[in-house]
Design a protein around this ligand. Structure first.
Ligand SMILES: Cc1cc2nc3c(=O)[nH]c(=O)nc-3n(C[C@H](O)[C@H](O)[C@H](O)COP(=O)(O)OP(=O)(O)OC[C@H]3O[C@@H](n4cnc5c(N)ncnc54)[C@H](O)[C@@H]3O)c2cc1C
Length: 397
């Protein structure tokens, strides 16, 4: 892959949910944007795929949802919570242009976002890691050092955006301040089986454990089990297949029967790490997606966060001023802190079923607040002034 030689307004490091979406939005606004991604075009990423309403809404607004549905990812019209002896089904309200939720494979979603970024005029180069940042006057970040094969090239840009995930090289190099660090994390083991008869997302909870089924592309469902990291370290990791089956049987016997009858593909595992919130921007740099804010996957909120922050970040870049960068951090954190706290409460696995229902109620209110704020921003962009929605005020109601 040849590294381009020209200068850019913005270089984005990392080309998945956060990076490709940011680049697409910037390119649509006429900003000369380059994305550098170290992995291959269309490659997979660890994920259980469930998109929550804010993510689906963003994809619909950006004109990408139809292509995701055309990929064969089924429309999800219900989500069902199973608390030991109680089952709580929740119907997903359809909206114009958004028939329900959806859980695309990352080979579908990330590729589509990259195609959309390219289609909007951004340059996207894969198989090309960024290995360092360039500094200019007063140490301001003014570009990147990219490597492809034996070739290394300095590329200049007015702004460098780190969308390079949890282990962000950009965050490390600029020494982004750690604003908050969570104390808990869960581990997850998952694989793909033919989609079960029961429709929609299913989340099962029991003492110290959870499991679920998420229909995705190819007529398959992602079937996962999750537990405290300590339990994974001491038990689950030694025999993934039997432990996956055992947890399923304890929490969701019908799902376990289905997996026994139809089989499940190779199992993947994610050991987990505590969530964090990092400083979002500094001179010449910004962080978007997991690079700046990571929460445990147990609440399936990471892609919603990445797409929301892609939009906030691109608006800040277009605004150009220092004030806009501060506003980006403020807008991101208005959702990041409550989402992280709600996620950690669930991830602690120390709840009774009633306490867990309360955690889910709070999360659901946060998601409603997020949807309201995204709608407000869309209305503002269309020229209709509206009042801001604060996640914490709605969630406290
Ligand atoms: C097991 C698991 C299950 C999950 N399930 C869900 C779910 O069901 N729903 C949900 O919404 N979220 C889920 N998430 C969270 C979601 O995957 C992340 O929040 C989301 O991927 C964040 O997107 P991102 O673009 O910020 O980061 P990433 O997807 O991590 O992408 C970062 C990219 O940056 C690239 N990169 C890194 N360093 C460099 C470099 N130096 N140069 C060039 N490129 C670089 C990487 O190759 C990578 O492609 C899950 C996460 C995990 C781990």
């Amino acid at each position: 892959m040849t590294i381009p030689s020209s200068d850019y307004d913005v270089i984005v490091v990392g080309g998945r949910c956060a990076g490709a979406a940011t680049a697409m939005l910037l390119a649509r606004a006429g900003v000369k944007t380059l994305v550098l991604e170290r992995q291959a075009y269309g490659s997979d990423a660890l994920s259980t795929h469930a998109l929550m309403r804010p993510a689906v809404m963003q994809l619909a607004r950006w004109g990408l949802l139809d292509a995701i549905l055309a990929s064969g990812a089924p429309v999800v019209t219900s989500t069902t919570f199973h608390y030991e002896d109680e089952t709580v089904p929740v119907a997903i309200r359809p909206e114009p242009g958004m028939p329900g939720l959806v859980a695309p494979r990352r080979t579908v979603l990330d590729r589509l976002l990259v195609d959309a970024a390219r289609g909007s005029g951004a340059d996207v180069v894969h198989d090309t890691p960024v290995v360092d940042l360039l500094r200019g006057h007063r140490d301001r970040v003014c570009g990147v050092v990219a490597r492809s094969g034996n070739e290394t090239r300095n590329l200049r840009a007015g702004q460098v955006i780190g969308a390079d995930g949890i282990g962000s090289m950009v965050a490390r190099t600029v020494q982004a301040r750690l604003l908050h660090e969570g104390s808990v994390s869960a581990s997850v083991i998952f694989g793909y089986a033919p989609v079960p008869a029961a429709d929609g997302y299913h989340w099962h909870f029991g003492a110290g454990l959870s499991a679920g089924s998420i229909p995705t592309n190819g007529g398959e469902a992602c079937i996962f089990v999750a537990a405290r990291q300590a339990y994974y370290d001491s038990v689950l990791r030694f025999d993934r297949a039997n432990c996956h089956n055992d947890v399923l049987r304890r929490l969701a016997p019908e799902l376990a029967d289905h997996v026994d009858a139809r089989g499940i593909g190779p199992l993947k595992a994610y050991r987990g790490r505590p969530g964090f919130i990092r400083q979002a921007a500094g001179p010449g740099w910004m962080l978007v997606g997991d690079a700046g804010f990571f929460r445990d996957p147990i609440t399936s909120h990471g892609i919603s966060d990445a797409l929301r922050d892609a939009e906030l970040a691109s608006q800040a870049v277009l605004g150009e001023s220092r004030r806009e960068m501060d506003a980006y951090q403020e807008a991101r954190d208005a959702f990041a802190y409550p989402v992280l706290h709600a996620t950690d409460a669930i991830c602690r696995f120390d709840w009774t079923p009633d306490e867990l229902k309360e955690h889910h109620r709070r999360l659901s209110q946060l998601i409603k607040a997020e949807v309201a704020e995204l709608s407000r921003r869309a209305a503002m962009a269309a020229g209709t002034p509206t009042r801001p929605v604060r996640a914490d005020s709605i969630a406290a109601a």
